[in-house]
Write a protein that binds this ligand. Structure first.
Ligand SMILES: Nc1nc2c(c(=O)[nH]1)N[C@H]1C(S)=C(S)[C@@H](COP(=O)(O)OP(=O)(O)OC[C@H]3O[C@@H](n4cnc5c(=O)[nH]c(N)nc54)[C@H](O)[C@@H]3O)O[C@H]1N2
Ligand SMILES: Nc1nc2c(c(=O)[nH]1)N[C@H]1C(S)=C(S)[C@@H](COP(=O)(O)OP(=O)(O)OC[C@H]3O[C@@H](n4cnc5c(=O)[nH]c(N)nc54)[C@H](O)[C@@H]3O)O[C@H]1N2
Ligand code: SF4
Ligand SMILES: [Mo]
Length: 749
């Protein structure tokens, strides 16, 4: 692979320089990594990366610390006599086969549940080999981090476009006006909007005379850098977005622009949203009617504008309605599918738009429901919030075994202390993970994949959410004795399907490759652009490859850009495929091939939103989360370089609230919610608005049985002890993790 060059003077003697994409967050920064032998000497931003141009955050260089972390697992662990002890891979696989078979023998396939964590979106194994694993397990008890995150966006896209994977992103580099709600890219580096150097791209909007407005109950660093900050009352974004749309409709300034011929239902909007005038929502949102009117007029009048909502608008009780309203605003201001507005990326590995008449099967949820509280299936999974009750409650189909793949639900989902207790009662649990953490300490077998630098990388998920079309492949740069991650996932799929643990994981790659070829062959036969020659070339090129590379080569050559693998593999800084282009017609999968602007399930839930208008707001404290640049959900707290310094897991309280409650900076408080209580250090700061308190998630380390030495010293508190699993966004099953009613008192009182 021509991705290295030799350099002198990189520490002890000659080194080699490698380029790869950082897999840690959604920003996909290019890294320049200097190695001497198998030791990482230096990691910095790759100035020649076609997308990130040298940008890097403090986490990017910690791929070195992850590589070297003595707590990171390099051998499987198997429980013997109650203790997790090191074992060979053969022993570990035998234990997995025995454990799964034992549970299967006494229950239905639904007795084995699976939880898929966030890093599955960041690995090739997660993107390509999870599907066969789910197929083999054949269980309806599939859970993932999606229902504590972005599921409302999938549902709004499913209902609007018939396509839950078609997620519009703000065209950051060309927009003249960005209205951003519940997102803090100065800390998160962006989400459902892949844009390395998000801060720089926001600054560029202002430099070219555009405007950035941030809506957040906290005055974040993102808000500080914007033209305007609106400190909305937590949990009320849907009300405010509805008022913006209502105002645009009422003033006659709505304009569907170029997408008008493809949009149904526009005439229903005014009635659907009639209750939500700027006056009507002011009391609940705490945003004055004249401000709402002005923003509506700015949005409608801007030469181009994009509305973008993230975690703070999704992990709330009206997540799907809020997500839908974001799209409605983009549509009715003539900014949908247009440069500078909200657009659909076109990833290079995607199937080629086949040119067939638009139309598809539409989108349905609730094909099955959860056993205990009857929650609807969405995209083949159930809300993560019901996992604990499905383990606790006796009866047929009770969950008796769990497979966790790159997840830490004991810190990341609602009522996670309850889940912790439930996991201890399972008959069998296997985890694919690099650490013994709060979740995996319950496993009977832990299968560790290689570290990031020991495996190849390509962003299957984030090229579909990216503000430019880019392709970038990174080979592994450090050799390892550990099986490749895809082999572990593939072998687990085989074992779960009853195969002998010695069966070759390459079988699964063969199956997946056959599937891709068959799908693309059907498209060619149906008259899609391209021809059999491309497909034959793809098959020939991929034949000499193995695992994910073989599948990627097939997809890229038959995808929209017809990229030969040799070209992708020899472009260490990536290939820029240009800005986003309008493509609404080809992503639509509704039955009639048109946008359903007011889908019936959403219209029904708007009724619930209208009821909430009248609800009392007693002005009590509402808890919201937050992210910190030097953290990443729950799993990077074992890296001293990131966690040292001022404590990060603090409860932020506004000075007025602190005074009223008798709290002081540096003191401690007890926070109580409907489901739990927590002791936390207090940070008094006017960054949070009055009535809002904020605590980050992913902390609460150092519990018995975990093996993360550094994290244990910077333990923090688990904010998900406070989140109520019974409160969900009904359309998506998504968790409410923000706007949680809490009571706060000085510790000990
Ligand atoms: N209160 C509150 N809770 C939240 C949130 C919030 O804002 N507030 N945010 C939610 C969101 S958006 C998310 S995405 C979830 C995250 O929820 P999870 O995905 O459950 O949690 P993570 O902390 O990301 O845990 C990732 C796990 O993967 C392991 N891991 C890391 N790299 C790899 C790898 O390459 N391969 C494998 N196999 N394993 C790996 C880590 O050791 C860790 O155990 O948390 C959610 N929870
Ligand atoms: N450094 C770092 N980066 C990360 C992660 C991390 O843990 N650390 N996690 C990654 C993951 S998994 C994800 S999903 C993304 C998330 O990326 P973002 O969505 O940008 O997440 P946050 O930084 O949590 O920003 C959410 C903001 O919403 C605000 N908020 C809370 N409630 C409300 C509300 O009711 N209304 C409004 N308008 N705002 C509200 C919070 O104050 C916060 O500032 O970040 C990713 N990147
Ligand atoms: S912003 Fe994200 S992708 Fe870029 S270096 Fe930091 S963690 Fe890696
Ligand atoms: Mo997330």
């Amino acid at each position: 692979m021509e991705t290295t060059e030799t350099v002198e003077g990189a520490g002890a003697g000659a080194g080699s320089v490698h380029y790869r994409t950082c897999p840690l967050c959604e920003a996909t920064c290019g890294l320049e990594i200097t190695m001497v032998g198998d030791t990482v000497k230096r990691i910095r931003g790759d100035r020649d990366d076609v997308f990130s141009r040298g940008f890097i955050c403090p986490k990017g260089s910690t791929l070195k610390q992850i590589q070297e972390d003595p707590d990171r697992l390099r051998m499987p662990l198997v429980r013997r006599g109650g203790e997790l002890v090191e074992a060979t891979w053969d022993e570990a696989w035998a234990a997995v086969a025995e454990g799964l078979a034992r549970v299967r023998a006494t229950g239905t396939p639904n007795a084995v549940a699976v939880y898929l964590g966030n890093p599955n979106s960041h690995t090739l194994a997660g993107g390509l080999y999870v599907r066969p694993l789910l197929k083999s397990l054949g269980t309806r008890n599939v859970f993932s981090a999606s229902t504590v995150d972005q599921m409302p966006k999938h549902v709004s896209s499913g209902l609007l476009f018939g396509n839950p994977s078609a997620i519009p992103v703000p065209d950051l580099d060309r927009t003249d006006y960005l209205l951003m709600l519940g997102a803090n890219p100065f800390e998160s580096n962006g989400s459902l909007c892949t844009a390395p150097d998000f801060p720089g791209r926001l600054a560029a909007i202002r430099e070219r005379g555009g405007r950035v407005v941030v809506v957040d109950p906290r005055r974040t660093r993102t808000a500080e850098a914007a033209d305007e900050h609106l400190a909305i009352r937590p949990g009320t974004d849907a009300l405010w977005l509805a008022a913006l749309a209502n105002e645009i409709l009422a003033t006659g300034s709505a304009d569907l622009g170029a997408v008008a011929p493809l949009v149904d239902g526009f005439e229903q909007l005014p009635v659907t949203l009639q209750a939500f005038t700027p006056e009507a929502v002011a009391r609940r949102t705490r945003i004055a009617p004249e401000i709402t009117r002005r923003i509506a007029s700015e949005l409608a009048g801007a030469s181009s504008a994009a509305v973008y909502g993230r975690i703070g608008t999704h992990t709330v009780r009206f997540g799907t309605v809020a997500s839908w309203l974001v799209e409605v605003l983009n549509v009715i201001t003539a900014n949908f599918d247009q440069p500078g507005g909200a657009m659909f990326p076109s990833p290079a590995h995607d199937r080629h738009p086949d040119g067939r008449a638009a139309g598809g099967r539409g989108f349905r949820t609730g094909r099955w429901t959860s056993r205990v509280s009857d929650r609807a299936e969405v995209r083949g999974e159930l809300p993560a919030g019901v996992l604990a009750e499905e383990i606790e409650t006796p009866g047929d189909d009770r969950i008796r075994a769990l497979v966790t793949v790159a997840g830490n639900p004991v810190r990341s989902i609602q009522e996670s202390e309850r889940l912790d207790t439930a996991l201890a009662t399972l008959d069998f649990m296997v985890s694919i993970d690099i650490y013994v953490n709060e979740t995996t300490r319950h496993a009977d077998v832990i299968l560790p994949p290689p570290a990031p630098l020991e495996k190849s990388h390509y962003d299957l998920a984030f090229t579909g959410l990216s503000v430019r079309n880019v392709v970038n492949y990174s080979p592994a740069i450090i050799e390892t004795d550990v099986p490749q991650e895809w082999e572990i996932y593939a072998r687990l799929a085989l074992v779960a399907g009853g195969a002998d643990p010695t069966a070759s994981p390459a079988q699964i790659t063969d199956l997946l490759a056959d599937g891709i070829v068959a799908q693309r062959r059907r498209q060619v036969d149906a008259g899609a652009p391209g021809d059999d020659a491309d497909l034959d070339a793809a098959i020939a090129e991929s034949a000499g490859l193995d695992g994910p590379e073989r599948l990627l080569a097939l997809m890229l050559r038959t995808g929209p850009y017809r990229l030969p693998w040799s070209e992708v593999a020899s472009s260490p800084h990536g290939i820029d495929l240009g800005p986003l282009a309008p493509r609404l017609a080809e992503v639509l999968r509704t039955a009639n091939g048109r946008v359903d602007l007011v889908p019936e399930p959403v219209a029904a839930d708007v009724g619930r939103l209208a009821e909430s208008l009248a609800a009392e707001d007693d002005g009590g404290l509402l808890l919201v989360g937050r992210r910190d640049l030097r953290s990443n959900n729950s799993w990077m707290h074992n890296l001293e370089v990131l966690v040292k310094g001022r404590p990060r897991c603090t409860l932020q309280v506004h000075p007025d609230d602190a005074a009223a409650l008798g709290l002081h900076d540096g003191g401690s408080a007890t926070v109580r919610s409907s489901v739990g209580s927590l002791a936390v250090p207090v940070e008094v700061t006017d960054v949070v608005s009055p009535g809002t308190v904020s605590l980050p998630h992913g902390w609460g380390h150092g519990v018995e049985g975990t093996r993360m030495t550094v994290a244990a010293r910077y333990a923090g508190a688990n904010s998900n002890a406070l989140t109520d699993a019974s409160v969900l966004d009904p359309l998506s099953g998504n968790a409410q993790l923000n706007a949680i009613p809490v009571a706060v008192s000085p510790l000990g009182s």
